[in-house]
Design a protein around this ligand. Structure first.
Ligand code: F6R
Length: 592
């Protein structure tokens, strides 16, 4: 994971680097650091934990004269989160920051130790610095190419070479890297959100490309050859930045969902035929990670039930290594908010190697997945800052619902498309109505926040919703939580039910209402504290019941999701957790 950013120009480098790091903090926040460069002098400042700590550390140094620098925020892979392992790493004339992971680090390190090299850190990154220093020659592009042949794995690098004044070098392999072009200044970063306050002109490096960046020039190389690169002009709306009065980004983003849903759906509802026709496929593979995969589970239920298309969902980290059976009517759908999740990218590439049609559902339009998939459908979630996804997940579910509706209509399985589309137009208002009942969900949070274990149960599509509810709760509140198919609990897990263990049943469908209720009662009769989340038409008027409005089957999950998000949020708040940046996590998982 990790995020890197660099600057060369006339401004105070440390200010641009710190602001860039703050926008990259979603990629990890175990430690951070920067290196400032001027006429052969390099100053390195590092700190453990969030960027605020680095900022405080910087106040102890007079660094206002530096106009060139590189910086890093870390999600630890090799070596614990301490100052020694924080980037930048310096070896001889090389100082660098790295996003990615070196897979042959162990072998290389052993060889280098054998040659007498003494390592200062436990990181894989220091190996890159050692190698670049070892093979350093006047033509540094040649040096980089040589070292790239030795390294296995993924690496986006920002490099300062002592004696090579007024220059930065960057390298990209399997980790994103974008260069920002300014007026007498240039930038680089893992993601354009780190630098889009300063420029709208960007060059996205492709695989195995290297760039030499000065204040006035950017020269891109592939191997030893200079290549022409397209300059993208991308304007990103700056309004709506910050928490806008909310105590946390997670709460702000939950509340943004109706608006983002309206914007996203309007784009596709204007002419539903702009959506791909999936009826020509006889099998769909949905591949994603985490919440995006759980959105895919809801999509699977809808594709099977409503569009009659055989669908499988697979975690990307498994899909990329398993045997997959394709035919010429298989579509592979990749779902990713960031579009940079390493395993999802690998799954996409695998599908393409196997000549399968690929469709991506992505938020970040400039991301690797968006650029590499055959077709991309964008959700208009805007920037999602909270590590736990909320609005992007909801919009992924909405697009899948729309795709499934369109496929069902294209196959002649439904004939009242217009009626369904009307419901899609109503959904943002419904969602707002559900979110506005926040006080009810706070009450649930109050009842569960002291527990150590919580179970969510559901059947069919409700089970898919339960999976996301459980993930959201555990990642932000640190309460152990599991989601189970309601009928499966008694095959072992029910032994974990103790007095007052919360069990939250999600029941949105009448055909399985009684069955799931019976499963909930099996737990409450063993002491569990049972909660029901259901729809108005199935209301039981009992204690610990939350009802959401009824809407058609395609859309019903969308009305339960914010209830679960808000229960998770308020539970985490009562437990005083770091809601927007839960421990051990990063927003964008760019390593395997
Ligand atoms: C959980 C969460 C993660 C992501 C997963 C995939 O709240 O945010 O589970 O859904 O890491 O990330 P993307 O969608 O960027 O591929």
């Amino acid at each position: 994971m990790c995020g890197i950013v660099g600057y060369i120009g006339n401004k105070k480098a440390q200010e641009i680097l710190i602001s860039g790091l703050k926008n990259l903090e979603y990629r990890g926040y175990d430690s951070s650091g920067l290196a400032l460069f001027a006429e052969n002098k390099i100053e390195i400042i590092k700190s453990v934990g969030k960027i605020d700590n680095l900022e405080q550390e910087l106040e102890k140094h007079d660094v206002s004269g530096y106009k060139i620098g590189i910086a890093h925020t870390r999600w630890a892979t090799h070596g614990e989160a301490n100052v020694k392992n924080a980037h930048p790493h310096q070896v001889g004339n090389i100082t660098l920051v790295h996003n990615g992971i070196i897979e042959n680090a162990d072998i290389l390190k052993e060889q280098l130790i054998h040659e007498g090299i003494k390592f200062k850190s436990e990181t894989d990154t220091e190996i890159i610095a050692v190698l670049l220093n070892k093979y350093l020659e006047k033509n540094f592009i040649k040096t980089i190419n040589k070292v790239m042949e030795i390294l296995k794995g993924s690496f986006a690098l920002g490099i300062i070479v002592k004696n090579d004044n007024d220059k930065l070098y960057v390298v990209k392999k399997d980790s994103p890297l974008v260069i920002g072009l300014g007026n007498k200044e240039n930038f680089f970063a893992s993601d354009l959100t780190a630098i889009n306050n300063y420029t709208e002109k960007f060059i996205f490096l492709d695989e195995n490309e290297i760039a030499e960046i000065t204040q006035n020039t950017v020269t891109v190389y592939k191997n030893m050859n200079i290549i022409d690169k397209h300059i993208d002009t991308i304007y990103i709306e700056q309004e709506n930045k910050g928490k806008c009065g909310y105590p946390h980004y997670m709460l702000k983003e939950i509340n943004e969902q109706p608006k983002m849903l309206e914007i996203t759906l309007a784009k596709y509802l204007e002419n539903i035929n702009t959506l791909p026709n999936l009826s020509k496929y006889d099998e769909i593979h949905i591949v994603a990670c985490g919440s995006a995969m759980y959105a895919g589970m809801i999509g699977k239920s809808l594709f099977i039930e409503k569009s009659h298309i055989k669908t499988i969902v697979e975690v990307a980290s498994e899909y990329r290594y398993q045997k997959n059976f394709y035919n010429n009517k298989t579509l592979v759908i990749l779902i990713s908010q960031s579009g940079e999740t390493a395993d999802t990218i690998a799954a996409l590439r695998k599908a393409k190697e196997n000549k399968q049609d690929t469709l991506a559902i992505v938020n970040v339009k400039t991301s690797t997945i968006a650029r590499e998939a055959d077709c991309s459908l964008f959700i208009e979630a805007g920037e999602e800052i909270a590590v736990a996804t909320t609005k992007a997940y909801t919009l992924q579910v909405a697009i899948l619902a729309l795709l499934s509706l369109k496929a069902a209509s294209d196959k002649g399985l439904i004939n009242d498309l217009e009626k369904y589309l009307k419901d899609f137009k109503k959904i943002p208002a419904y969602l707002k109505n559900v979110i506005d009942k926040e006080e009810q969900y706070k009450k649930v949070a109050k009842e569960i926040y002291k527990n150590n274990d919580i179970f969510f149960i559901g059947r069919k599509i409700d089970y898919s919703i339960a999976l996301e509810g459980s993930l959201k709760l555990k990642e932000v509140s640190y309460i152990h939580s599991e989601a189970y198919q309601a009928g499966e609990l008694k095959h072992g897990t029910i032994s974990l039910i103790e007095k007052n263990t919360p069990v939250i049943a999600i029941i949105t469908r009448s055909d399985i209402f009684d069955k799931t209720m019976s499963n909930l009662i099996e737990t409450t009769s063993r002491g569990a504290k049972g909660f029901i989340i259901t729809v108005e038409s199935l209301k039981q008027s009992v204690d610990k019941e939350i009802c959401v409005p009824d809407i058609n089957d395609f859309l019903q999950p969308l009305l339960v999701i914010p209830v679960l998000q808000l229960i998770a949020y308020h539970t985490a708040r009562l437990r005083k957790c770091d809601i927007d940046k839960p421990r051990n996590l990063a927003k964008s998982v760019t390593v395997e």
